[in-house]
Design a protein around this ligand. Structure first.
Ligand code: KG4
Ligand code: ZN
Length: 380
């Protein structure tokens, strides 16, 4: 690749964001465009797969054009086209995969398939490109998003990273719990940023939530994944029970209606609509989820001899999570790194960053590539 431009155009369409980015040599972000579908899915309080596919179809051409224009390049300057092949919503992934394949074919450029979860991990490395050795050590990576709560042991292997899956959620993902609790409390979608913004106004010790502790023996003790299992469906039910017992429904309904009258409601609009009990519930929920993620991540890091921690995915944008993880890492003398907030949630720059290593390793995808909705990352 001696005469290469080092430019990769990446496309990401695994969930409810249509994204395209141009990144040079896996490090320098020339452009990163994200067309969010929040407004489309907000009335349903969650992603509606059929609507997501339709919006991706509508957005993909303008988003890719905008990514090239912002980078100041043309299709012909590219070295390769990268695309998220999975995991994600099948119909949503398919839009990106089909478009990337046609581009690669028409331009006669290599196609690179990227695992979305590897993309999230590379977002951390991309955000810290001034520290190129960050990916060299044996790190424990927590990917915590709306669809995933996974722990990986990540190690440098040749030009790429090799991953071993050492933990996962047995039911809901952490971000899903944020979204469902926010919906239950009459807040906006996606729920994470709303809870993040409202939690500092409540007393985190007002409701004593205990996260379900999954017994190791009950879940294939021979499997390393079973060593650090998460479970977030229990706390969601506990919040529901609290709402029922304290009859918070009338105030939730008042809040929902008041927010629905605003054109672009945000957490600041919700604050005066939340009483101290509701704010305490929100703060206690967030504290319990963050504490559980923190405890298991550091337990796993210690047990597996990790030399550093990487935290990524939408929930990694959470301020309390960042503060408490950073505090714990300092206490243990372990280096820790997060992506920027913009690179925490879904974007295509992270897909281009992960693709660069595959390009160096000559790992290209065939033109009959298909979307893999439940694609796993690494070994177990
Ligand atoms: O990584 P992402 O954009 O998409 C998936 O791959 O799932 O993550 C989206 C998730 C949503 O559940 C959203 O509520 C959550 O990340 N999220 C947050 C915050 N920002 C986004 N959760 C907690 N605090 C935040 N600040
Ligand atoms: Zn994601």
């Amino acid at each position: 690749m001696s005469q290469s431009s080092g430019l990769i155009l990446a496309i990401e369409s695994s969930c409810d964001e249509t994204a395209a980015a141009v990144v040079e040599r896996g490090r320098r972000v020339l452009s990163s465009i994200v067309a969010s579908q929040f407004a489309i899915h907000a009335p349903y309080g969650g992603v509606v797969p059929e609507l997501a596919s339709r919006e991706h179809l509508r957005n993909i051409v303008p988003v890719v054009r905008a990514a090239l224009a912002q980078a100041g390049i043309s299709f012909f300057d590219l070295d390769a086209i990268a695309v998220t092949e999975g995991p994600g919503l099948a119909g949503a992934l398919l839009v990106g995969v089909a478009y990337a394949k046609s581009l690669a074919f028409a331009l006669n450029k290599p196609l690179i398939a990227v695992n979305h979860l590897a993309g999230h991990i590379h977002a951390v490395l991309l955000a810290h490109s001034e520290k190129p050795d960050l990916g060299n050590r044996r790190s424990l990576a927590l990917v915590v998003s709306g669809g995933h709560t996974h722990l990986y042991l990540a190690r440098q292997q040749g030009e790429s990273l090799a991953y071993q899956n050492v933990g996962a959620t047995l039911d809901d993902a952490a971000g899903e719990a944020f979204d469902k609790v926010a919906k239950l409390l009459g807040l906006g979608y996606p729920g994470g940023p709303w809870i993040d913004a409202l939690a500092p106004h409540g007393d985190p010790s007002s409701v004593a939530f205990t996260l379900t502790q999954v017994k190791q023996k009950a879940h294939r003790p021979d499997s390393p994944v079973a060593r650090f299992p998460f479970s977030f469906s229990g706390i969601k039910t506990a919040v529901l029970r609290y709402v029922q017992i304290h009859d918070l429904y009338p105030s939730i309904e008042r809040r929902r209606k008041a927010l629905a009258t605003l054109s672009q409601a945000g957490p600041a609009d919700a604050l005066p609509l939340c009483d101290a009990r509701t704010l305490g519930l929100i703060a206690s929920f967030q504290r319990a989820v963050v504490d559980d993620l923190k405890r298991k991540t550091f337990q796993a890091a210690e047990a597996l001899g990790a030399e550093g921690i990487l935290v990524s995915g939408g929930v990694a944008a959470n301020r309390e999570l960042r503060a408490r993880f950073t505090q714990e890492a300092e206490r243990r003398g372990l280096p820790i790194a997060f992506p920027s907030v913009a690179l925490s949630t879904d974007n295509a720059a992270m897909i281009a960053a992960a693709a660069w290593h595959r390009l160096l390793a000559g790992e290209f995808a065939p033109l009959d590539l298909t979307a893999e909705a439940s694609l796993a990352l690494g070994t177990k």
